[in-house]
Design a protein around this ligand. Structure first.
Ligand SMILES: [Zn+2]
Length: 56
């Protein structure tokens, strides 16, 4: 009667979150809740990079 621990459930994983590369510092950054509304338009990882970026 061996009882196996089968872990079929998919644990929530931060790696499941979408990622982008910052257009300014070229570092990868991960989806954040505050970007939920306009993730498509997010191009930089932070306000700092946005300020440094060329985009107006
Ligand atoms: Zn950046």
């Amino acid at each position: 009667m061996a009882r196996k621990h089968v872990n079929l459930g998919t644990a929530p994983d931060k790696r499941d979150l979408p990622q982008k590369t910052c257009a300014v510092c070229a570092k990868p950054f991960t989806w954040r809740r505050k970007w939920a509304r306009d993730w498509d338009q997010v191009k930089v990882c932070s306000d700092r990079c946005r300020a440094a970026g060329t985009g107006s």
